[in-house]
Ligand binder design. Structure first.
Ligand code: AMP
Length: 567
Protein backbone atom coordinates (compact mmCIF):
# COMPACT_ATOMS: atom_id res chain seq x y z
CA UNK A 1 0.00 0.00 0.00
CA UNK A 2 1.10 3.59 -0.48
CA UNK A 3 2.75 4.34 2.81
CA UNK A 4 4.22 7.50 1.44
CA UNK A 5 0.82 9.08 0.85
CA UNK A 6 -1.05 8.33 4.08
CA UNK A 7 -3.35 11.34 3.81
CA UNK A 8 -4.49 10.48 0.31
CA UNK A 9 -4.95 6.79 1.03
CA UNK A 10 -6.89 7.50 4.24
CA UNK A 11 -9.23 9.94 2.52
CA UNK A 12 -9.69 7.86 -0.61
CA UNK A 13 -10.07 4.43 0.98
CA UNK A 14 -12.24 5.95 3.69
CA UNK A 15 -14.63 7.65 1.28
CA UNK A 16 -14.77 4.76 -1.19
CA UNK A 17 -15.38 2.09 1.46
CA UNK A 18 -17.86 4.33 3.27
CA UNK A 19 -19.69 4.89 0.01
CA UNK A 20 -19.91 1.18 -0.81
CA UNK A 21 -20.96 0.08 2.66
CA UNK A 22 -23.21 3.11 3.14
CA UNK A 23 -25.03 2.33 -0.11
CA UNK A 24 -25.34 -1.33 0.94
CA UNK A 25 -26.73 -0.30 4.32
CA UNK A 26 -29.24 1.97 2.61
CA UNK A 27 -30.19 -0.91 0.33
CA UNK A 28 -31.08 -3.14 3.28
CA UNK A 29 -32.89 -0.22 4.89
CA UNK A 30 -30.57 0.55 7.75
CA UNK A 31 -28.90 3.89 8.40
CA UNK A 32 -25.91 4.57 6.13
CA UNK A 33 -24.07 5.57 9.34
CA UNK A 34 -23.69 1.89 10.10
CA UNK A 35 -21.99 1.45 6.74
CA UNK A 36 -19.58 4.30 7.43
CA UNK A 37 -18.70 2.87 10.86
CA UNK A 38 -18.10 -0.58 9.42
CA UNK A 39 -15.89 0.95 6.74
CA UNK A 40 -13.85 2.34 9.62
CA UNK A 41 -13.64 -1.04 11.33
CA UNK A 42 -12.37 -2.57 8.07
CA UNK A 43 -9.72 0.14 7.74
CA UNK A 44 -8.72 -0.06 11.38
CA UNK A 45 -5.74 -1.84 12.93
CA UNK A 46 -7.79 -4.75 14.31
CA UNK A 47 -8.93 -6.16 11.02
CA UNK A 48 -6.67 -7.61 8.33
CA UNK A 49 -5.90 -5.71 5.14
CA UNK A 50 -5.33 -2.01 4.65
CA UNK A 51 -4.72 -0.05 7.84
CA UNK A 52 -5.27 3.67 7.57
CA UNK A 53 -3.34 6.26 9.53
CA UNK A 54 -5.31 6.80 12.72
CA UNK A 55 -3.93 10.23 13.50
CA UNK A 56 -4.80 11.51 10.07
CA UNK A 57 -8.28 10.01 10.25
CA UNK A 58 -8.74 11.68 13.60
CA UNK A 59 -7.74 15.08 12.25
CA UNK A 60 -10.04 14.72 9.26
CA UNK A 61 -12.84 13.94 11.68
CA UNK A 62 -12.05 17.16 13.55
CA UNK A 63 -12.56 19.14 10.34
CA UNK A 64 -15.94 17.45 10.04
CA UNK A 65 -16.83 18.52 13.56
CA UNK A 66 -15.73 22.11 12.88
CA UNK A 67 -17.85 22.40 9.73
CA UNK A 68 -20.82 20.83 11.41
CA UNK A 69 -20.73 23.08 14.43
CA UNK A 70 -20.25 26.08 12.18
CA UNK A 71 -23.39 25.07 10.30
CA UNK A 72 -25.31 24.72 13.55
CA UNK A 73 -24.12 28.13 14.67
CA UNK A 74 -25.44 29.60 11.42
CA UNK A 75 -28.94 28.50 12.37
CA UNK A 76 -28.61 29.53 15.96
CA UNK A 77 -28.73 32.99 17.43
CA UNK A 78 -27.47 34.15 20.79
CA UNK A 79 -31.10 34.70 21.70
CA UNK A 80 -31.85 31.03 21.00
CA UNK A 81 -28.94 29.95 23.13
CA UNK A 82 -29.92 32.15 26.05
CA UNK A 83 -33.56 31.16 25.75
CA UNK A 84 -32.77 27.52 26.55
CA UNK A 85 -30.18 28.07 29.26
CA UNK A 86 -32.71 27.53 32.06
CA UNK A 87 -33.08 23.90 31.03
CA UNK A 88 -29.82 23.20 29.18
CA UNK A 89 -27.44 24.13 32.00
CA UNK A 90 -29.03 22.13 34.85
CA UNK A 91 -29.94 19.37 32.40
CA UNK A 92 -26.41 18.85 31.17
CA UNK A 93 -24.95 19.12 34.69
CA UNK A 94 -27.37 16.61 36.20
CA UNK A 95 -26.94 14.25 33.29
CA UNK A 96 -23.15 14.34 33.40
CA UNK A 97 -23.26 13.74 37.17
CA UNK A 98 -25.68 10.83 36.76
CA UNK A 99 -23.50 9.21 34.11
CA UNK A 100 -20.40 9.70 36.25
CA UNK A 101 -22.08 8.09 39.26
CA UNK A 102 -23.13 5.13 37.16
CA UNK A 103 -19.53 4.90 35.91
CA UNK A 104 -18.28 4.80 39.50
CA UNK A 105 -20.80 2.06 40.34
CA UNK A 106 -19.73 -0.01 37.36
CA UNK A 107 -16.07 0.65 38.15
CA UNK A 108 -16.67 -0.62 41.67
CA UNK A 109 -18.06 -3.85 40.30
CA UNK A 110 -15.10 -4.16 37.95
CA UNK A 111 -12.71 -3.58 40.84
CA UNK A 112 -11.48 -0.18 39.65
CA UNK A 113 -10.60 2.69 41.96
CA UNK A 114 -13.11 5.52 42.45
CA UNK A 115 -10.91 7.80 40.34
CA UNK A 116 -10.94 5.35 37.44
CA UNK A 117 -14.70 4.95 37.85
CA UNK A 118 -15.19 8.73 37.65
CA UNK A 119 -13.07 8.84 34.52
CA UNK A 120 -15.06 5.99 32.98
CA UNK A 121 -18.36 7.67 33.82
CA UNK A 122 -17.23 11.01 32.43
CA UNK A 123 -16.25 9.34 29.19
CA UNK A 124 -19.79 7.98 28.92
CA UNK A 125 -21.46 11.24 29.78
CA UNK A 126 -21.24 13.41 26.67
CA UNK A 127 -23.08 12.82 23.45
CA UNK A 128 -21.50 13.17 20.04
CA UNK A 129 -22.19 16.43 18.25
CA UNK A 130 -22.03 14.84 14.82
CA UNK A 131 -24.47 12.05 15.62
CA UNK A 132 -26.92 14.36 17.33
CA UNK A 133 -26.88 16.94 14.57
CA UNK A 134 -27.25 14.30 11.89
CA UNK A 135 -30.36 12.96 13.54
CA UNK A 136 -31.78 16.44 14.09
CA UNK A 137 -31.06 17.61 10.55
CA UNK A 138 -32.61 14.52 9.01
CA UNK A 139 -35.81 15.30 10.87
CA UNK A 140 -35.63 19.06 10.41
CA UNK A 141 -35.72 19.41 14.18
CA UNK A 142 -32.92 21.91 14.68
CA UNK A 143 -35.17 24.92 14.47
CA UNK A 144 -37.90 23.52 16.71
CA UNK A 145 -37.95 24.12 20.42
CA UNK A 146 -36.84 20.55 21.13
CA UNK A 147 -33.97 20.98 18.70
CA UNK A 148 -32.88 24.21 20.33
CA UNK A 149 -32.87 22.61 23.77
CA UNK A 150 -30.86 19.63 22.48
CA UNK A 151 -28.28 21.87 20.81
CA UNK A 152 -28.07 24.16 23.86
CA UNK A 153 -27.59 21.08 26.03
CA UNK A 154 -24.82 19.94 23.75
CA UNK A 155 -23.06 23.30 23.97
CA UNK A 156 -23.15 23.12 27.77
CA UNK A 157 -21.77 19.57 27.65
CA UNK A 158 -19.09 20.83 25.31
CA UNK A 159 -18.04 23.57 27.71
CA UNK A 160 -18.10 21.08 30.61
CA UNK A 161 -15.84 18.73 28.67
CA UNK A 162 -13.41 21.50 27.81
CA UNK A 163 -13.19 22.22 31.54
CA UNK A 164 -12.77 18.52 32.31
CA UNK A 165 -9.95 18.13 29.82
CA UNK A 166 -8.13 21.08 31.29
CA UNK A 167 -8.67 20.03 34.88
CA UNK A 168 -7.80 16.37 34.44
CA UNK A 169 -4.01 16.68 34.42
CA UNK A 170 -4.22 18.82 37.56
CA UNK A 171 -6.52 16.36 39.33
CA UNK A 172 -4.93 13.14 38.11
CA UNK A 173 -2.92 12.69 41.29
CA UNK A 174 -5.98 13.22 43.47
CA UNK A 175 -8.12 10.84 41.45
CA UNK A 176 -5.41 8.21 41.51
CA UNK A 177 -5.52 8.32 45.27
CA UNK A 178 -2.14 10.00 45.69
CA UNK A 179 -2.38 12.84 48.16
CA UNK A 180 -1.65 15.91 46.16
CA UNK A 181 0.01 18.67 48.13
CA UNK A 182 -2.12 21.55 46.94
CA UNK A 183 -5.50 19.80 47.39
CA UNK A 184 -8.48 21.76 46.24
CA UNK A 185 -6.65 25.05 46.04
CA UNK A 186 -4.44 23.52 43.37
CA UNK A 187 -7.60 23.05 41.30
CA UNK A 188 -8.92 26.53 41.70
CA UNK A 189 -6.25 28.12 39.56
CA UNK A 190 -6.60 25.96 36.41
CA UNK A 191 -10.37 26.12 36.76
CA UNK A 192 -10.39 29.89 36.99
CA UNK A 193 -7.91 30.14 34.15
CA UNK A 194 -10.01 27.94 31.86
CA UNK A 195 -13.25 29.70 32.65
CA UNK A 196 -11.46 33.00 32.14
CA UNK A 197 -10.22 31.88 28.72
CA UNK A 198 -13.68 30.69 27.62
CA UNK A 199 -15.15 33.99 28.80
CA UNK A 200 -12.41 35.95 27.03
CA UNK A 201 -13.11 34.07 23.81
CA UNK A 202 -16.84 34.72 24.03
CA UNK A 203 -16.32 38.41 24.76
CA UNK A 204 -13.78 38.68 21.95
CA UNK A 205 -16.22 37.10 19.49
CA UNK A 206 -19.12 39.26 20.61
CA UNK A 207 -17.16 42.48 20.49
CA UNK A 208 -14.62 42.06 17.69
CA UNK A 209 -15.90 39.02 15.75
CA UNK A 210 -19.42 40.35 15.56
CA UNK A 211 -18.20 43.41 13.70
CA UNK A 212 -15.35 42.02 11.64
CA UNK A 213 -16.74 38.69 10.42
CA UNK A 214 -20.01 39.91 8.84
CA UNK A 215 -18.14 42.85 7.36
CA UNK A 216 -15.59 40.54 5.67
CA UNK A 217 -18.33 38.35 4.28
CA UNK A 218 -20.35 41.29 2.96
CA UNK A 219 -17.25 42.73 1.40
CA UNK A 220 -16.46 39.46 -0.36
CA UNK A 221 -20.07 39.02 -1.46
CA UNK A 222 -19.85 42.39 -3.19
CA UNK A 223 -16.82 41.35 -5.19
CA UNK A 224 -19.25 39.05 -6.98
CA UNK A 225 -16.82 36.13 -6.95
CA UNK A 226 -18.52 32.94 -5.87
CA UNK A 227 -15.18 31.25 -5.40
CA UNK A 228 -13.94 33.97 -3.06
CA UNK A 229 -17.18 33.87 -1.09
CA UNK A 230 -16.87 30.13 -0.60
CA UNK A 231 -13.26 30.55 0.41
CA UNK A 232 -14.22 33.28 2.86
CA UNK A 233 -16.79 31.00 4.52
CA UNK A 234 -14.26 28.18 4.93
CA UNK A 235 -11.53 30.54 6.05
CA UNK A 236 -13.79 32.03 8.70
CA UNK A 237 -15.15 28.75 10.04
CA UNK A 238 -11.85 26.89 10.13
CA UNK A 239 -9.80 29.95 11.03
CA UNK A 240 -11.93 30.95 14.01
CA UNK A 241 -12.10 27.36 15.28
CA UNK A 242 -8.34 26.96 15.02
CA UNK A 243 -7.63 30.38 16.47
CA UNK A 244 -10.00 29.71 19.35
CA UNK A 245 -8.20 26.46 20.13
CA UNK A 246 -4.73 27.97 19.93
CA UNK A 247 -5.34 31.32 21.61
CA UNK A 248 -8.11 30.53 24.07
CA UNK A 249 -7.75 26.78 24.60
CA UNK A 250 -11.42 26.18 23.83
CA UNK A 251 -12.45 23.24 21.66
CA UNK A 252 -12.56 23.50 17.87
CA UNK A 253 -16.25 22.75 18.04
CA UNK A 254 -17.01 25.62 20.38
CA UNK A 255 -14.95 28.04 18.30
CA UNK A 256 -16.70 27.06 15.09
CA UNK A 257 -20.10 27.26 16.73
CA UNK A 258 -19.47 30.83 17.80
CA UNK A 259 -18.17 31.82 14.37
CA UNK A 260 -21.40 30.48 12.85
CA UNK A 261 -23.59 32.05 15.48
CA UNK A 262 -22.11 35.47 14.86
CA UNK A 263 -22.82 35.12 11.17
CA UNK A 264 -26.36 33.93 11.78
CA UNK A 265 -27.45 37.53 12.26
CA UNK A 266 -26.28 38.44 8.78
CA UNK A 267 -28.57 37.99 5.80
CA UNK A 268 -25.76 36.12 4.07
CA UNK A 269 -25.97 33.27 6.56
CA UNK A 270 -28.21 31.12 4.37
CA UNK A 271 -25.78 31.41 1.47
CA UNK A 272 -22.86 30.65 3.76
CA UNK A 273 -24.68 27.54 5.03
CA UNK A 274 -25.30 26.30 1.50
CA UNK A 275 -21.66 26.78 0.53
CA UNK A 276 -20.38 24.59 3.34
CA UNK A 277 -22.85 21.75 2.81
CA UNK A 278 -20.96 19.46 0.40
CA UNK A 279 -17.67 19.61 2.27
CA UNK A 280 -19.45 19.24 5.57
CA UNK A 281 -21.13 16.03 4.46
CA UNK A 282 -17.89 14.54 3.17
CA UNK A 283 -16.03 15.25 6.38
CA UNK A 284 -18.89 14.05 8.55
CA UNK A 285 -18.56 10.69 6.77
CA UNK A 286 -14.85 10.66 7.58
CA UNK A 287 -15.76 11.29 11.20
CA UNK A 288 -17.75 8.05 11.34
CA UNK A 289 -14.99 6.18 9.55
CA UNK A 290 -12.47 7.38 12.11
CA UNK A 291 -14.71 6.20 14.96
CA UNK A 292 -14.97 2.76 13.39
CA UNK A 293 -11.19 2.55 13.15
CA UNK A 294 -10.77 2.75 16.91
CA UNK A 295 -12.74 -0.35 17.69
CA UNK A 296 -11.53 -3.88 18.20
CA UNK A 297 -14.51 -6.08 17.29
CA UNK A 298 -13.10 -8.92 19.43
CA UNK A 299 -14.32 -7.17 22.57
CA UNK A 300 -17.87 -8.35 21.82
CA UNK A 301 -16.80 -11.97 22.37
CA UNK A 302 -14.18 -11.32 25.02
CA UNK A 303 -16.09 -9.01 27.34
CA UNK A 304 -19.82 -9.38 26.66
CA UNK A 305 -21.09 -8.55 30.15
CA UNK A 306 -19.05 -5.42 30.87
CA UNK A 307 -19.89 -4.25 27.36
CA UNK A 308 -23.59 -4.73 28.02
CA UNK A 309 -23.31 -2.79 31.27
CA UNK A 310 -21.49 0.04 29.45
CA UNK A 311 -24.19 0.12 26.80
CA UNK A 312 -26.87 0.13 29.44
CA UNK A 313 -25.40 3.29 30.96
CA UNK A 314 -25.11 5.02 27.56
CA UNK A 315 -28.46 3.98 26.15
CA UNK A 316 -30.73 3.90 29.18
CA UNK A 317 -29.02 5.37 32.22
CA UNK A 318 -28.18 8.69 30.62
CA UNK A 319 -31.45 8.90 28.73
CA UNK A 320 -33.50 8.25 31.83
CA UNK A 321 -31.70 11.03 33.69
CA UNK A 322 -32.26 13.39 30.76
CA UNK A 323 -35.91 12.40 30.44
CA UNK A 324 -36.60 13.01 34.10
CA UNK A 325 -34.97 16.40 34.24
CA UNK A 326 -36.71 17.66 31.10
CA UNK A 327 -40.07 16.53 32.49
CA UNK A 328 -39.23 18.07 35.83
CA UNK A 329 -38.82 21.39 34.09
CA UNK A 330 -42.35 21.10 32.79
CA UNK A 331 -41.57 20.35 29.14
CA UNK A 332 -43.85 17.94 27.26
CA UNK A 333 -43.09 14.26 26.80
CA UNK A 334 -42.24 14.82 23.13
CA UNK A 335 -39.41 17.17 24.11
CA UNK A 336 -38.17 14.85 26.87
CA UNK A 337 -38.17 11.85 24.55
CA UNK A 338 -36.36 13.74 21.79
CA UNK A 339 -33.65 14.90 24.18
CA UNK A 340 -33.28 11.37 25.55
CA UNK A 341 -32.98 9.85 22.08
CA UNK A 342 -30.49 12.55 21.04
CA UNK A 343 -28.23 11.90 24.00
CA UNK A 344 -28.33 8.10 23.99
CA UNK A 345 -24.92 7.83 22.33
CA UNK A 346 -21.33 8.91 22.86
CA UNK A 347 -18.68 10.14 20.47
CA UNK A 348 -15.73 12.40 19.92
CA UNK A 349 -15.25 13.75 23.44
CA UNK A 350 -15.23 10.24 24.83
CA UNK A 351 -12.35 9.35 22.51
CA UNK A 352 -10.34 12.34 23.62
CA UNK A 353 -11.11 11.64 27.28
CA UNK A 354 -10.15 7.98 27.15
CA UNK A 355 -6.85 8.63 25.46
CA UNK A 356 -6.03 11.31 28.02
CA UNK A 357 -7.25 8.97 30.78
CA UNK A 358 -4.94 6.16 29.69
CA UNK A 359 -1.96 8.50 29.45
CA UNK A 360 -2.63 9.80 32.97
CA UNK A 361 -3.11 6.22 34.29
CA UNK A 362 -6.69 7.14 35.13
CA UNK A 363 -8.09 4.51 32.85
CA UNK A 364 -7.18 0.94 32.08
CA UNK A 365 -6.92 -0.19 28.47
CA UNK A 366 -9.86 -2.44 29.18
CA UNK A 367 -11.92 0.58 30.21
CA UNK A 368 -10.86 2.40 27.08
CA UNK A 369 -11.88 -0.49 24.82
CA UNK A 370 -15.26 -0.70 26.53
CA UNK A 371 -15.88 3.01 25.96
CA UNK A 372 -14.85 2.77 22.31
CA UNK A 373 -16.99 -0.29 21.63
CA UNK A 374 -19.85 1.37 23.52
CA UNK A 375 -19.46 4.40 21.26
CA UNK A 376 -19.67 2.53 18.00
CA UNK A 377 -22.58 0.34 19.09
CA UNK A 378 -24.52 3.27 20.54
CA UNK A 379 -23.99 5.29 17.36
CA UNK A 380 -25.25 2.33 15.34
CA UNK A 381 -28.29 1.94 17.56
CA UNK A 382 -29.11 5.64 17.74
CA UNK A 383 -31.20 5.75 14.55
CA UNK A 384 -33.33 2.97 16.06
CA UNK A 385 -34.06 5.19 19.04
CA UNK A 386 -35.20 7.94 16.74
CA UNK A 387 -37.35 5.53 14.75
CA UNK A 388 -38.93 4.43 18.02
CA UNK A 389 -39.45 8.07 18.96
CA UNK A 390 -41.15 8.74 15.61
CA UNK A 391 -43.44 5.83 16.22
CA UNK A 392 -44.33 6.83 19.77
CA UNK A 393 -45.01 10.43 18.75
CA UNK A 394 -47.06 9.40 15.73
CA UNK A 395 -49.18 7.10 17.87
CA UNK A 396 -49.66 9.79 20.44
CA UNK A 397 -50.73 12.29 17.82
CA UNK A 398 -53.31 9.90 16.51
CA UNK A 399 -54.67 9.42 20.01
CA UNK A 400 -54.65 13.02 21.17
CA UNK A 401 -54.75 15.52 18.36
CA UNK A 402 -56.04 18.41 20.51
CA UNK A 403 -53.01 18.46 22.80
CA UNK A 404 -50.68 19.15 19.89
CA UNK A 405 -47.62 21.18 20.84
CA UNK A 406 -46.42 23.92 18.55
CA UNK A 407 -42.82 22.73 18.69
CA UNK A 408 -43.15 19.99 16.13
CA UNK A 409 -43.87 21.43 12.69
CA UNK A 410 -42.66 18.41 10.69
CA UNK A 411 -44.93 16.09 12.59
CA UNK A 412 -47.94 18.29 12.83
CA UNK A 413 -50.86 16.31 11.50
CA UNK A 414 -51.66 17.63 8.05
CA UNK A 415 -55.08 19.02 7.41
CA UNK A 416 -56.46 17.96 4.07
CA UNK A 417 -57.44 20.91 1.89
CA UNK A 418 -61.07 21.05 0.76
CA UNK A 419 -60.27 23.24 -2.24
CA UNK A 420 -60.90 21.99 -5.77
CA UNK A 421 -59.96 23.43 -9.11
CA UNK A 422 -57.36 25.53 -7.31
CA UNK A 423 -53.74 26.35 -8.11
CA UNK A 424 -51.13 24.78 -5.82
CA UNK A 425 -48.06 27.00 -5.53
CA UNK A 426 -44.87 25.60 -3.99
CA UNK A 427 -42.59 28.33 -2.64
CA UNK A 428 -43.53 31.92 -1.85
CA UNK A 429 -40.26 33.73 -2.41
CA UNK A 430 -39.23 36.11 -5.17
CA UNK A 431 -41.02 34.07 -7.84
CA UNK A 432 -43.96 32.69 -5.89
CA UNK A 433 -44.93 36.06 -4.46
CA UNK A 434 -45.43 37.59 -7.88
CA UNK A 435 -47.50 34.63 -9.00
CA UNK A 436 -49.67 34.65 -5.91
CA UNK A 437 -50.42 38.39 -6.11
CA UNK A 438 -51.61 37.96 -9.70
CA UNK A 439 -53.65 34.87 -8.91
CA UNK A 440 -55.35 36.52 -5.97
CA UNK A 441 -56.09 39.62 -8.06
CA UNK A 442 -57.79 37.40 -10.61
CA UNK A 443 -59.66 35.58 -7.80
CA UNK A 444 -58.14 32.22 -8.73
CA UNK A 445 -58.41 29.81 -5.78
CA UNK A 446 -54.91 29.31 -4.36
CA UNK A 447 -53.05 27.08 -1.91
CA UNK A 448 -49.39 27.68 -1.05
CA UNK A 449 -46.86 25.16 0.32
CA UNK A 450 -44.01 26.98 2.01
CA UNK A 451 -41.45 26.21 4.70
CA UNK A 452 -40.15 29.63 5.62
CA UNK A 453 -41.87 30.87 8.81
CA UNK A 454 -41.67 34.53 7.73
CA UNK A 455 -43.38 33.87 4.42
CA UNK A 456 -45.98 31.66 6.09
CA UNK A 457 -46.88 34.38 8.60
CA UNK A 458 -47.49 36.89 5.82
CA UNK A 459 -49.62 34.43 3.85
CA UNK A 460 -51.74 33.61 6.89
CA UNK A 461 -52.27 37.33 7.49
CA UNK A 462 -53.35 37.72 3.88
CA UNK A 463 -55.88 34.93 4.35
CA UNK A 464 -54.24 32.49 1.91
CA UNK A 465 -54.51 28.76 2.65
CA UNK A 466 -51.00 27.53 3.51
CA UNK A 467 -49.50 24.14 4.19
CA UNK A 468 -46.33 24.49 6.22
CA UNK A 469 -43.26 22.43 5.52
CA UNK A 470 -41.22 20.92 2.75
CA UNK A 471 -43.35 20.12 -0.26
CA UNK A 472 -41.16 17.08 -0.96
CA UNK A 473 -42.04 15.53 2.42
CA UNK A 474 -44.54 12.65 2.50
CA UNK A 475 -48.25 13.45 2.24
CA UNK A 476 -47.79 17.19 1.60
CA UNK A 477 -49.13 17.11 -1.95
CA UNK A 478 -52.02 14.86 -0.97
CA UNK A 479 -52.92 17.33 1.77
CA UNK A 480 -52.88 20.12 -0.84
CA UNK A 481 -55.36 18.05 -2.84
CA UNK A 482 -53.25 18.33 -6.01
CA UNK A 483 -55.27 15.48 -7.50
CA UNK A 484 -58.20 17.89 -7.89
CA UNK A 485 -56.16 21.04 -8.63
CA UNK A 486 -56.16 22.90 -11.93
CA UNK A 487 -52.38 23.15 -11.84
CA UNK A 488 -49.20 22.89 -9.78
CA UNK A 489 -46.52 25.59 -9.88
CA UNK A 490 -43.16 24.54 -8.46
CA UNK A 491 -41.56 27.94 -7.82
CA UNK A 492 -38.54 26.90 -5.75
CA UNK A 493 -34.95 27.44 -6.86
CA UNK A 494 -33.62 23.93 -6.15
CA UNK A 495 -34.41 21.84 -9.22
CA UNK A 496 -33.30 18.62 -7.54
CA UNK A 497 -35.91 19.04 -4.81
CA UNK A 498 -38.28 20.39 -7.45
CA UNK A 499 -37.84 17.11 -9.35
CA UNK A 500 -38.92 15.11 -6.30
CA UNK A 501 -42.02 17.27 -5.91
CA UNK A 502 -42.88 16.99 -9.61
CA UNK A 503 -42.46 13.19 -9.54
CA UNK A 504 -44.69 12.86 -6.48
CA UNK A 505 -47.38 15.06 -8.02
CA UNK A 506 -47.20 13.16 -11.30
CA UNK A 507 -47.70 9.91 -9.41
CA UNK A 508 -50.91 11.35 -7.96
CA UNK A 509 -52.33 12.66 -11.22
CA UNK A 510 -51.44 11.80 -14.80
CA UNK A 511 -53.21 14.84 -16.27
CA UNK A 512 -52.28 17.60 -13.81
CA UNK A 513 -50.53 20.53 -15.54
CA UNK A 514 -47.21 20.98 -13.69
CA UNK A 515 -45.07 24.06 -14.30
CA UNK A 516 -41.62 24.09 -12.74
CA UNK A 517 -38.69 26.47 -12.34
CA UNK A 518 -35.13 25.81 -13.56
CA UNK A 519 -31.81 27.55 -14.02
CA UNK A 520 -30.09 25.44 -16.69
CA UNK A 521 -30.73 23.12 -19.63
CA UNK A 522 -29.84 20.12 -17.44
CA UNK A 523 -32.39 21.15 -14.86
CA UNK A 524 -35.04 21.51 -17.54
CA UNK A 525 -34.32 17.98 -18.71
CA UNK A 526 -34.36 16.70 -15.12
CA UNK A 527 -37.73 18.28 -14.34
CA UNK A 528 -39.28 17.14 -17.63
CA UNK A 529 -37.99 13.63 -17.01
CA UNK A 530 -39.89 13.58 -13.72
CA UNK A 531 -43.11 14.66 -15.38
CA UNK A 532 -43.21 18.47 -15.56
CA UNK A 533 -45.54 19.73 -18.30
CA UNK A 534 -43.57 22.93 -18.83
CA UNK A 535 -40.37 24.22 -17.34
CA UNK A 536 -39.46 27.89 -17.19
CA UNK A 537 -35.80 28.78 -17.08
CA UNK A 538 -35.33 32.00 -15.12
CA UNK A 539 -32.25 33.12 -17.00
CA UNK A 540 -33.93 32.69 -20.39
CA UNK A 541 -36.88 34.82 -19.28
CA UNK A 542 -34.53 37.52 -18.04
CA UNK A 543 -32.83 37.59 -21.45
CA UNK A 544 -36.21 37.82 -23.20
CA UNK A 545 -37.33 40.64 -20.94
CA UNK A 546 -34.09 42.53 -21.61
CA UNK A 547 -34.57 42.16 -25.34
CA UNK A 548 -38.17 43.29 -25.03
CA UNK A 549 -37.05 46.43 -23.21
CA UNK A 550 -34.65 47.19 -26.03
CA UNK A 551 -37.68 46.88 -28.26
CA UNK A 552 -35.63 44.74 -30.61
CA UNK A 553 -38.55 44.12 -32.99
CA UNK A 554 -38.90 47.85 -33.57
CA UNK A 555 -35.13 48.29 -33.93
CA UNK A 556 -35.01 45.48 -36.49
CA UNK A 557 -38.07 46.84 -38.35
CA UNK A 558 -36.70 50.40 -38.54
CA UNK A 559 -33.32 49.22 -39.72
CA UNK A 560 -34.90 47.07 -42.40
CA UNK A 561 -37.17 49.88 -43.67
CA UNK A 562 -34.80 52.81 -43.40
CA UNK A 563 -31.50 51.26 -44.43
CA UNK A 564 -31.79 48.60 -47.09
CA UNK A 565 -28.03 48.43 -47.37
CA UNK A 566 -27.68 47.15 -43.79
CA UNK A 567 -28.47 43.57 -44.73
P1 AMP B 1 -37.18 32.40 -4.15
O1 AMP B 1 -35.96 31.66 -4.64
O2 AMP B 1 -36.86 33.78 -3.62
O3 AMP B 1 -38.30 32.39 -5.14
O4 AMP B 1 -37.67 31.63 -2.83
C1 AMP B 1 -38.10 30.29 -2.84
C2 AMP B 1 -39.08 30.09 -1.72
O5 AMP B 1 -39.45 28.70 -1.75
C3 AMP B 1 -38.54 30.36 -0.34
O6 AMP B 1 -39.49 31.15 0.37
C4 AMP B 1 -38.40 28.99 0.30
O7 AMP B 1 -38.71 29.02 1.68
C5 AMP B 1 -39.43 28.16 -0.44
N1 AMP B 1 -39.06 26.75 -0.58
C6 AMP B 1 -37.88 26.26 -1.06
N2 AMP B 1 -37.90 24.91 -1.10
C7 AMP B 1 -39.12 24.53 -0.63
C8 AMP B 1 -39.76 23.28 -0.43
N3 AMP B 1 -39.14 22.14 -0.75
N4 AMP B 1 -41.01 23.26 0.08
C9 AMP B 1 -41.64 24.42 0.37
N5 AMP B 1 -41.09 25.63 0.21
C10 AMP B 1 -39.86 25.71 -0.28
Amino acid sequence: MHHNTPLISTVVVGLVLAFILGALAQRVRISPLVGYLLAGVLMGPFTPGFVADQNIAHELAEIGIILLMFGVGLHFSLKDLLSVRAIAVPGAVVQISAATLMGVAMGWMMGWSVGKGIMFGLALSTASTVVLLRAMQERRLIETERGRIAVGWLIVEDIAMVLTLVLLPATAGLLNGESSGGGLTALAWPLALTLGKVAAFVVFMLVVGRRVIPWVLHYVAHTGSRELFRLAVFAISLGVAFGAAILFDVSFALGAFFAGMILSESELSQRAANETLPLRDAFAVLFFVSVGMLVDPAIIVNEPLPLLATLFIILFGKSLAAFMIVRLFGHPNSTALTISASLAQIGEFSFILVSLGVSLSLMTERGRDLVLAGAIISIMLNPLFFALLDRILARRQEEAVPSRKPDAPPREPLRHSMQRDHVVLVGHGRVGRVVSVALRASRTPLLVIEDNPGAIKQLVQDGVEVIRGNAAAPDMLQAANVGAARGLLVAIPDAFEGGQIVAKARAISKSLPIIARAHSEEEIAHLKFHGATSVIMGEMEIARAMLALLDVDRVVATTEAGAPSAA
